[in-house]
Design a protein around this ligand. Structure first.
Ligand code: UDP
Ligand code: MG
Length: 326
């Protein structure tokens, strides 16, 4: 069997500080794997520039001129990490046998790629990179991340515990994945739906080599909420259940009120009335918000806007793109 062609897909947003270092690490990994005969010589590192405002794209183009292992595509503007990864995966699925998506900041241990490729050679179509330890993250980041997975699973979104977007996907799995047309992307929740034989590979998470995280708490919370509402309707069901419960309690309350009134024990209950009105007002607005979130998602889905727009490609990517005729 011929060794598979691997494309490492690397989303980059304002990463001029880390790219010069991590690009060398990726290249070495490709060369080592090729030397061992595990992957083909013409494997590539595909950087996806996500509308960076710094010199990221210049660095990518000059890397590709120095060594053909480096290739790049650029999104027409910043669209976020998930869209950048998807753009990269879709762009290379016809050019390769396997892809590995990884962040460009050196946090994900590239040595786990060996085990990922081994798992593929053993017949797995998807291999999830799973963080073994979170020692290098701050307590706060660790705590929010753990709560995030627990919340997601409790809400019915199946996600692999401690897996972010470091994963191997075969071209076969990607072709099936391409049929998922949703624009609300939450890759780590969508990929398990593709099925096929899969496994997990544990790796240690390092510190960011340079620069700073693009995922502050507000974005993390946004991602958690997006994850839940794009993958599951459980919150709506919980609301319905809660509504039923409140109705039941109200019904019992009404009987109680009637009995008190009929037996002549009723007192002007201003306080309790106001409490109930406020409580119900709050609950209803909150629930409307959740339902609104789903309607917003439906709104975006019906528009079916493109999930990514590629504005530039490095030379080889451009040539092979023209040749593929799409
Ligand atoms: N990223 C991106 N677009 C964005 C934000 C981030 O492509 O709008 C990339 C970024 O360059 C990095 C990866 O996504 O390769 C993960 O981002 P980051 O390291 O900031 O997140 P963290 O690891 O802190 O969760
Ligand atoms: Mg990072």
């Amino acid at each position: 069997m011929k060794p598979p062609v691997l494309y490492i897909v690397v989303p980059c947003y304002n990463e001029e500080e880390v790219l010069p270092t991590t690009s060398g690490m990726f290249l070495k990994k490709i060369q080592d794997l090729a030397a061992e005969g595990k992957i083909a010589e013409n494997s590539r590192i595909l950087f996806v520039n996500d509308g960076s405002r710094d010199r990221t794209w210049d660095i990518i183009t000059s890397l590709s001129q120095k060594d053909p292992h480096f290739q790049g595509i650029a999104q027409s503007r910043n669209r976020g990490h998930q869209n950048a990864v998807l753009a990269g995966l879709m762009e290379c699925m016809d050019r390769c046998d396997i892809t590995i998506s990884i962040d460009c900041d050196g946090q994900d241990d590239i040595n786990a790629m060996d085990k990922m490729v081994d798992a593929y050679l053993d017949g797995c179509e998807i291999v999830y990179g799973v963080r073994a330890a979170r020692d290098t993250d701050t307590f706060f980041k660790r705590f929010t991340a753990q709560s995030f997975y627990k919340l997601l699973n409790a809400m019915g979104a199946e996600v692999v515990y401690n897996h972010a977007d470091y994963r191997l996907m075969s071209s076969r799995a990607l072709h099936e994945f391409a049929k998922f047309k949703e624009v609300n992307l939450y890759l780590r929740g969508m990929v398990p739906m593709v099925g096929f034989k899969s496994t997990c590979v544990a790796y240690d998470r390092h510190e960011r080599i340079a620069g700073k995280s693009h995922y502050p708490l507000s974005k993390m919370l946004g991602l958690a909420f997006d994850g839940i509402t794009s993958l599951s309707v459980k919150p709506i069901r919980l609301i319905t259940l809660f509504g039923l419960l409140v109705s039941l309690i109200s019904f019992i309350g009404i009987i109680w009120v009637l009995i008190t009134a009929l037996t002549g024990h009723s007192v002007a209950g201003w306080a309790s009335n106001v409490c109930i009105v406020c409580f119900m007002g709050g609950i209803q607005s909150m629930f409307l918000g959740v339902i609104g979130e789903y309607i917003g998602k439906i709104y975006l889905e019906t528009k079916a806007r493109p999930r990514y727009i590629i504005s530039e490609r490095t030379e080889e990517m451009e040539e092979t793109h023209d040749a593929s005729g799409d």
